[in-house]
Write a protein of this length. Structure first.
Length: 297
C-alpha cells in the first residue's frame, strides 16, 4: 500500500472508530445530536492519524490498541472547535464547510456539546484502558495537561489577551505551542506510550511533534491569507479582521513560506532516527507543505 493510500485508510478508520465510540455515550438526545453533528462533520483527523501513525512507527510486542486514545483526543479537539467558534470567543459561523455548532443548535447546546465531548474523552480512556492502569494514568495525564491551562486552554487565553497587540515572534510561538502544539504533542506521546516505546524514543518523537505543531500553525496562517473560505471550510481572513497577530503579519508571505519549509526540514531530520517504521510520519510532515504550496501553483 502506498503512503497516500495508507493515510486515507487511517482517516477512514478514524471516522469509523469515532462513530463507534460516540455511540457509547449516554444522555439526552439533543446534546448527543449536537456532539454528533460536530464530531462526525468531517475534518482531516490529523490528531488521531498522528497518534496511530506514531504507534505504528514505534510499536513493540504487547502494544495496546491506539484507537480509543486517538478518538478521545479527537473528542477534545472537537470540543475546542465548538467553543472557539462561539460569539464570546472567535465568533465564527462556519466550520468544516457548514454552520458552526452554535448556529445549528444554539449557544447553550453548543456549550454543553463541547463540555460533553471533553468529559466523555476521559470516560473513554477509563473504560477502554481499565485493564492497564499504568498506561491509563499516563494517557489521562498527557491529555489533561495538553488540554488544560498549561496547554490548549492557556494558549487560548493568551490568544484572547493578545488580540489587538503587535507580538514578537517568540510570543506568537509560545502561544501556538500551547494552543495548537500541545494536543499534537500529546497525540505523539500517547501513541508512543501505547506502542510500548522506551523513553528516549518518546522524547525523539515529541521533539518532532514540537516542530510539526509550529509548522501546522504557520501553514494555517498562510492558508488564511491565500485560500478561500470554500477551500478552508471556515471563514478565511478572520484572524486579521479580529486584530490577531499571525506569522504572515510578522514575517510576510514569502518569509513565512520559507519558515514553514525550514520547520518541516527540521522535522524530517528528527524522524530519521525513527526509521524504518516512520513512513506515515514522513508523509504527514510533507502533507503540511503540500497543503500550502498548491495554493501558490
Amino acid at each position: 500500500m502506498n503512503h497516500d493510500a495508507r493515510l486515507h485508510t487511517l482517516q477512514r478508520q478514524a471516522e469509523e472508530k469515532l462513530a463507534h465510540y460516540l455511540a457509547t455515550c449516554r444522555g439526552p438526545e439533543q446534546v448527543l445530536d449536537a456532539m454528533r453533528y460536530s464530531l462526525l462533520g468531517g475534518g482531516k483527523r490529523v490528531r488521531p492519524v498522528l497518534l496511530v501513525s506514531t504507534w505504528e512507527a514505534l510499536q513493540r510486542p504487547g502494544a495496546l490498541d491506539p484507537w480509543p486514545a486517538a478518538c478521545a483526543l479527537e473528542f477534545i479537539h472537537t470540543y475546542s472547535l465548538i467553543h472557539d467558534d462561539l460569539p464570546a470567543m472567535d465568533d465564527d459561523d462556519l466550520r468544516r464547510g457548514r454552520p458552526s455548532c452554535h448556529k445549528a443548535f444554539g449557544e447553550a447546546l453548543a456549550i454543553l456539546a463541547g463540555d460533553g465531548l471533553l468529559t466523555e474523552s476521559f470516560r473513554l480512556l477509563a473504560d477502554e484502558y481499565r485493564p492497564w492502569p499504568r498506561q491509563a494514568l499516563q494517557l489521562t495525564r498527557e491529555l489533561a495537561r495538553a488540554a488544560g491551562c498549561a496547554g490548549m486552554v492557556g494558549g487560548q487565553a493568551l490568544d484572547i489577551s493578545y488580540t489587538g497587540s503587535r507580538l514578537e515572534q517568540e510570543q506568537l510561538e509560545t502561544m501556538h505551542r500551547l494552543k495548537t502544539g500541545a494536543l499534537l504533542g500529546a497525540a505523539v506521546r500517547c501513541g508512543a506510550i501505547l506502542a510500548g516505546a522506551p523513553a528516549r524514543e518518546i522524547e525523539r518523537a515529541s521533539d518532532w511533534a514540537g516542530k510539526i505543531g509550529l509548522a501546522f500553525q504557520v501553514a494555517d496562517d498562510l492558508l488564511d491569507v491565500v485560500a478561500t473560505s470554500e477551500n478552508l471550510g471556515k471563514t478565511a481572513g478572520k484572524d486579521s479582521c479580529q486584530g490577531k497577530s499571525t506569522y504572515v503579519d510578522l514575517l510576510g508571505v514569502d518569509a513565512c513560506r520559507h519558515y514553514l519549509h525550514d520547520l518541516l526540514g527540521q522535522a524530517r531530520c528528527q524522524i530519521d532516527a525513527l526509521q524504518p517504521g516512520s513512513a506515515t510520519l514522513c508523509q504527514l510532515t510533507d502533507y503540511l507543505g503540500q497543503r500550502v504550496e498548491r495554493h501558490f501553483a
